[in-house]
Design a protein around this ligand. Structure first.
Ligand SMILES: [Zn+2]
Length: 318
């Protein structure tokens, strides 16, 4: 029998990433479509179904080739029912994603949170390298988190497990967060948070800095820090202090083997890892610090679709 494929789907607010993946986690083909948010998002699922069918045709295959679909969605998901509760990035509320996609594709579907499937992807094929105890943190527009303990994703009692971005870093007087709290890690270690901190610092700091001359991005801050710009170094120090502290506290509870940092900000690379490591070692229980490696994610944008494929494999291929 010819080998069957898994389908990984990573739904985001602006694009849907889709891939055909082998049962060993090798990408056969990946592509993207736009997320059509009009009319309460009623086109999203039919668009995905049609796109998968069209790709199958292009590859001269039929639906028999596919085992099932594993999908990540941005927001808390009930993994039993496949209902997505509510999300800031999509117009859905209590949307029966699994049921709708199954009826549109006639394929079995399993749904999870997008940060969770990215963590699974990194565990399976990326920087996690098969680690059974893994913490993933994604530093993008927000800060996402996925935790795998004993090979199991931690979903929690109502789908909000692993929300590392909403660990409180500044208990009093912190910046407002999208979640409704203040002082969350997300307000500091996301790309948005880094820019906010830079702007605040630039407004009151007279120190000479190349950052005064530009519209600042998170990348600018790390680039300038690498050139030993004093002000940029102070910002990086503040950000990595809070990231190291939060990750150490998470690690103290979980004793992970790997901590994987992904998302756009992680492109900063060594300077980020080295400084996070410094604070991590200061705040982690010594035995926890000894056991943990901190690494940059290696799958980039493919982590979600590969993690989705793993979900489908685990659910439908036994
Ligand atoms: Zn928050």
């Amino acid at each position: 029998m010819a080998e069957k494929w898994l389908v990984g789907v990573d739904l985001g607010g602006t694009t849907v990433k889709i891939a055909f993946v082998t049962s060993d986690g090798e990408l056969i083909h990946k592509w993207e479509i736009d997320t059509n948010n009009s009319e309460d998002g009623k086109y999203i699922v039919p668009d995905i179904a049609k796109s998968i069918e069209r790709k199958l045709e292009e590859w001269g295959q039929t639906k028999d080739k596919l085992i099932g679909i594993g999908m990540g969605a941005p927001g808390p998901v009930n993994t039993e029912t496949g209902v997505i509760y509510q999300t800031v990035n999509l117009p859905w509320k209590n949307y029966p994603l699994k049921e709708r996609l199954e009826s549109e594709t006639s394929l079995p579907v399993v749904v999870d949170n997008d940060a969770n499937i990215a963590a699974i992807g990194e565990m399976w094929k990326g920087a996690g390298n098969g680690a059974k105890n893994l913490v993933c943190v994604t530093l993008g527009t927000g800060v996402g988190g996925g935790i795998i303990a004993n090979g199991q994703i931690i979903r929690g009692t109502n789908g909000a497990g692993g929300e590392i971005g909403h660990i409180t870093s500044v208990p009093e007087g912190g910046a407002p967060c999208n979640c409704g709290k203040t002082g969350c890690l997300e307000t500091i270690a996301s790309a948005t948070g880094i820019v906010r901190i830079a702007k605040e610092k630039l407004a009151k700091d007279e120190k000479k800095s190349v950052l005064h001359l530009r519209t600042v991005t998170a990348k600018d801050v790390f680039d300038a820090a690498r050139e030993n710009d004093e002000l940029a170094l102070e910002i990086v120090d503040y950000v990595t202090f809070h990231l190291g502290l939060a990750l150490a506290n998470v690690a103290n509870a979980l004793n992970p083997e790997k901590i994987v940092i992904g998302g756009g900000v992680s492109k900063a690379g060594d300077i980020l890892v080295e400084r996070v490591r410094r604070y991590f070692d200061r705040f982690a229980f010594p035995r926890v610090a000894e056991g943990a490696t901190i690494a940059i994610a290696t799958l980039g944008n493919d982590a979600g679709v590969i993690g989705g494929a793993w979900l489908a494999k685990t659910a439908f291929l036994q």
